[in-house]
Design a protein around this ligand. Structure first.
Ligand SMILES: [Fe+2]
Length: 301
């Protein structure tokens, strides 16, 4: 199975006008490389705007990808709480977060991408995450790692948390007999960097400095232990805007958070099956450069 991994599209018609175009290019490229499945690990919208979800949905429909066996998505903090576009927004942001109905936002996200959840299995009926999606040789486990807003503990709404009850549900999904011999891949928004490594934000410079210090995933050690114990092979995430491949507890971890950052675009291609794992990172040209005029040797990892 060949999986294309992209993340943090931060779609926004007003402030990030080219992100949709870059996303389309990434999708076209993934299809040209014969990817069987596309994974998008959160922050689809920059400012939790339904228009952005609709834009991605239209794009997926255009390429006949709006099907559960073709694309998987998980939710990011910007899909629930949005972010800051202008320096003046910083003042309003806390009260905006306080008024946000977290569960309703998750439901809205689900409603826009309902078809992509068609074949998912969940532990609690009516709860959208965590989910399990089963393919021939592979199983995808989608996790919601976005923490609730808290003035004290999550003042910028960018920290992540996977609480005990969620971990127990993930454990149950990973223990399913049907996936015992399959390659297990976890999809989650937040990163597993060591606490000494700061994340990277793409927000304006003031916000960037603030947010990059508050991007941690609470409970990540316990989560990693669970993944190791359950034989998870790969974790795919975003959130921090780096293109990075690293390893924790023997698990291969991909961060595609820089997919539409800067002028170029990037994605991971993961070929997995029969014990073999091939990962390449691909950088696409800036959008004003024709693909045919651009040659970039993929980095095979
Ligand atoms: Fe994020």
């Amino acid at each position: 199975m060949k999986i294309a991994h992209i993340s943090d599209l931060h779609l926004n018609r007003k402030f990030r006008r080219r992100n949709l175009e870059k996303t389309e290019r990434l999708i076209e490229f993934a299809l040209s490389k014969l990817a069987d499945h596309i994974v998008i690990t959160g922050d689809i919208s920059d400012n939790s705007n339904e228009r952005d979800f609709a834009d991605l949905r239209e794009l997926l429909i255009k390429y006949d990808l709006f099907h559960s066996d073709k694309v998987s998505v998980v939710i990011g903090n910007h899909d629930i709480f949005g972010g800051v576009e202008l320096a003046s927004d910083i003042i309003d942001f806390p009260s905006r977060c306080e008024k946000t109905n977290y569960n309703l936002k998750v439901e809205i996200f689900y409603e826009y991408f309902r078809n992509l959840f068609d074949s998912t299995v969940t532990i609690t009926e009516g709860k959208r995450f965590p989910y399990l999606k089963i393919f021939n040789d592979t199983a995808l486990i989608g996790v919601n790692s976005v923490n609730y807003y808290s003035k004290l503990k999550n003042p910028f709404a960018s920290n992540g948390k996977v609480k005990k009850s969620e971990r127990e549900e993930i454990d149950m999904l990973l223990s399913a007999e049907e996936i015992r011999n399959k390659e297990k891949i976890v999809l989650i928004h937040h990163h597993f960097y060591k606490n000494s490594e700061a994340g990277k934000s793409s927000e304006n410079s003031i916000w960037s400095r603030i947010e990059s210090h508050t991007m941690k995933l609470r409970g990540k050690k316990k989560l990693l232990s669970l993944f190791k114990r359950s034989g998870v092979r790969i974790i795919m995430h975003g959130h921090s805007h780096d293109m990075r491949l690293y390893e924790r507890k023997g698990i291969v971890i991909l961060n595609a958070g820089a997919s539409v950052d800067g002028t170029a675009s990037s994605l991971f291609l993961v070929d997995i099956g029969q014990g073999e794992l091939n990962i390449s990172s691909e950088i696409l040209p800036p959008i004003n450069v024709k693909m045919s005029d651009y040659y970039n040797e993929p980095v095979v990892l």
